[in-house]
Design a binder for this molecule. Sequence first.
Ligand SMILES: *Cc1c(COP(=O)(O)O)cnc(C)c1O
Length: 652
Amino acid sequence: MNIPLANAVTDANADVHLATIGGATGARSSDIYGLDNWSDDLLHVRSDGDLCLCNPAGDTPVVSLPQIMDALAQRGISAPIQLRVQPFLDRALDRLHNAFQTAFRDTKYTGSYRGVFPVKVNQQSDVIERLTHAGKPYHFGLEVGSKPELLIALAQSMSPEALLICNGAKDAAFIHLAILSQKLGFNTIIVLESLHEFEIVHRIARDLDVRPILGVRIKLTETVTGKWQASSGDRSVFGLSALDLMHLMKRLQDTGMIDCLVLQHTHLGSQVPNIMDVRRAATEACRFYTELSALGAPLQYLDLGGGLGVDYTGERRADENSVNYTVDEYCANLIETVRYAMDEASITHPTIVTESGRFVVAQSAIFVFNILDSTLYDSSEKPDVGPGDHHLLDDLLAVEGYICGARLQEAFNDAIYYRDEIRALFRRGQIDLQLLSRAEQGFLYLLSRLKTEAAKEEHAGQIDEQLTGFVDYYHGNFSLFQSLPDVWAIDQLHPIMPLQRLNEPPIRSAVLTDITCDSDGKIDQFVLKGGVSEALPVHPLRVGEDYYVGVFFVGAYQETLGDLHNLFGDPNVVTISLDDAGGFDIESETDGDTIAQVLSYVEYDPNDCLTTFRKTVERAVKAGRVNAAERRTMITAYKDSLAGSTYFGAER
Ligand SMILES: *Cc1c(COP(=O)(O)O)cnc(C)c1O
């Protein structure tokens, strides 16, 4: 299906100049959100204020994200939506492959590259199929870490030269199937994680009379920085230590299987922030490789695992959500290190394998949700005060008289003080609810005045920080636990920004809350031009108009780690490609979970639920509390809900 978008604006490269943003004149909206830092040329703000996708495949018109959302909504596919952009995935694959080819040429490296995609990073069939298809010319393969993942890999059509690498703990059934798959033409390599695993392999291979293709996972002593620092080096759960390795080499020799050992594997952990760590680890991996070769293992593949990071903040520094290198630098560093080590030891340059998951898929998906409502923490309305009112209300409102430059902090402190005194009086029964409510209104009014004045100050100091405690809540139609689990669990930062009205100053600041009833269900860390902020600049909501927020680079790890907190299920998923005329094609769509599906995941039978509900309604009819027409409405409402989405509908 080809979907040309109406009123495409042609001045695709026009910069958007805004009159004022947070008091800064002439700032561009892309500046506020740091788009130029992190978007990696994939996104662009059009002069009509729409955030657009750029087609990496050519110099074609950009495609408006709000228009995509509208076009999908017209087809009944409503937010929240996980939007996969196929050309973004293709670009990442191309880049990785080209970066290695360039590094080979530049360093006169004579080996080749065989990338594999670690299935755990995104197991969704659409993604795996796209990857194996687009990766065919590069002989791109798959890495699996469990039996279900192995079954996925064996159901794909890959290049006959692609590798299928089996990592992780394995039982006899896993190993049995892996060895059998060699007979089907898969280049299945069993990477030994322990001595025990070798004994199972040895037994099964002998019974099947097949020579298995083996790898060995090495536990490096070098540690890496980043989120997975604690499980690197000695404390890595995976792989063989030097001691275990010598035992394994002996067993391989004793059983006549040393010829089977063709691959050496190491993995540092995901999102390695510092290129120096990559280099040090590669150096150590090469030491093992040359030693094992000298001990008689016919190694051909040097598998350096994953870890190639994504710069989520665009800061380009060695930090948890950023990296201090590009993919080109990553490849150049690896290849230079390996070439040097191999030449030193006079060993043929090995085929380089990497298991880059995050880099390949992270940028290819965008999670989009609509804002349902907002709670504003300020007010432009001042309450009335009468002669009989408690004097504290007067005192509170008198603070307005000195909300200015040097006295901002004092005014803020006093406003808090009087508000708290009034609250205390209410708790002790000395004032009524009516007065308390006017005092709260007065406090919100002062906050609004304080925010306005603080925005005018160049250096408002601590007051700025204190006022971020009073930003708005924008309530989004999503579940953090289902769609952005890493944001909740490991403080992952994703670039987040509104998709529309970017030619208007975003004059409000908000924390984004989700629709679970969990107070952890919120996003309060945002990547902005000036660094990480606790609030997102947003526009005031308009009645009857959708306001979409995009969470970018969510293609890696987020889709299946999520859970069913409050029973919010998978959102709708749409895969699109971009056409030459500024439109898009829907390549595939998957409906989000229905309520019936979600109920069945937690062991209810939706039909049983309906039957019980019917009986309850019927009893009410018998008792004369409900008439026949009401009965029909109730049953229909229950049935429709079962078949419907777990998220909020378009009706508001
Ligand atoms: C998770 C994992 C990867 C993927 O790492 P990325 O940083 O996402 O590239 C690769 N190899 C192994 C063994 C893994 O466990």
